[in-house]
Design a binder for this molecule. Sequence first.
Ligand code: GLU
Length: 507
Amino acid sequence: MSETKLPGAVRLRVAPSPTGDPHVGTAYMAMFDLAFARREGGRFLLRIEDTDRARLHAGSEQQIYDTLHWLGLSWDEGPDIGGPCAPYRQSERLETYRPYADRLLAQGHAYRCWCSPERLTRMREEQTRRKQPPGYDRLCLGKTEEERAALPGFSPTPVLRMRIPDDVQTAFDDLIAGRIDAPVPDDQVILKADGFPTYHLAVVVDDHLMGITHVVRGQEWISSTPKHLLLYRWLGWRPPRFAHMPLLRDEHKAKISKRRNPWARLTWFREEGYLPEALVNFLALQGYPPILEADGTEREVFTFEEFAERFAWDKVNPAGSIFNLAKLDWLNGVWIRRLELGEFTSRLLPFLEADGILPGHPSLGELGRLKAIAGLIQTRMAKLTEAGDLVGPFFVGDDAVEIADDARAQLDAQAPVVLDAAIRALGDIDDHAVGVLGSESAWTAARIEADLRAAIVTGLGVKPKVAFGPLRTAISGRRISPPLFESMEILGKTSTLARLAALRATV
Ligand code: GLU
């Protein structure tokens, strides 16, 4: 298919390799790709780069789909949905690369190399020892198979290498950093002994055939770009524009890695109870400024759509930024509070199921109670993983409330008196439904609070600050819990009194 017939004013792709848990950088690239594609009325593609067979990881491709979908970063063309350039998985395109490799060989831009892996290792060690620049020493250049076979370190299955010219152009214009001068490349392998192309050949052929207009990738690929530009030139193709994104760095300013930083894994954010809205917002702020309002103020909280509408490459800071998880926690709290209550409630379900608090398919009654509790805790949470602790006590039997050690330790000599007074005062509240519709009961948070204050603060003269500690412990087993009087209303009179009595029996 020719370039001009492909849909989209611009065409961008994210091209992850399925080598394990998806890296947070994949989402970062995808976001910037998608923002620009949306702004320009273009297309966003997902391509799976699986030519490095040794590093493949079963299940990783599915995780890439799942995590990008979870973030709402959906693609217009890809292996799972097809498109005009299918297939979008490189292992299914092997036939595509071969003729280009042959062409480069025939034109003298590439040559066969029979050096064995052992010879190459020795060569590299030697170069390091002599403090020479690393790179292939061209032992095979200009030799026939026979000539080469006569020398040591020969392997019968050759690879194909690019013949980098002496006057290789290493400078190029980057959409983010401007003019970049990359290092001089060495004779890069483009076809491996197993017949698979390397990343360098496959990426150029695919980006060209898929009509990619803008290549967005991390700065770690800057040194590869001169090789790619050479391949474009040799194959007679117009190269795309390049945007090399700043590296995401940890607090030590090191490039984040899955080995050192658990949060380099995209799935980590989901497991830890972050909202996709918050992670997208957070990633948009990495090396990119907040939204500048008309009145000159800056706004850090924004949706992907708001980000995409204003997107421009020249706003990206090539120096990047440090990954600040405290900032992400803050953003997550903001986004949690923005959710509509029903939505917030359903986002809690997988976490409560994982904690064994609710079944996978809760009953209507359980859902109703959860929604009531959700309303009490929505403003108090930074991460969805905190829900289990707050919600758990509402879904256990009254005789099974676990009293945390620190909560029990706080109970002082006054606790029995306070509990007795509470039991008396609450026992007097009529919880039977009254009124025309039979729906109003006196058992409300307001009435509970008023009567407990009267009995304990006024009646016993206990300071309000300490008056309700034993009650909170009885109801939730914790020092910190959702608001007490509302919790009692949700639990109902019978449960509330049973829990107060259960704690009273132990103090
Ligand atoms: N497969 C490469 C990666 O995993 C893609 C690099 C590129 O976007 O050119 O990062």
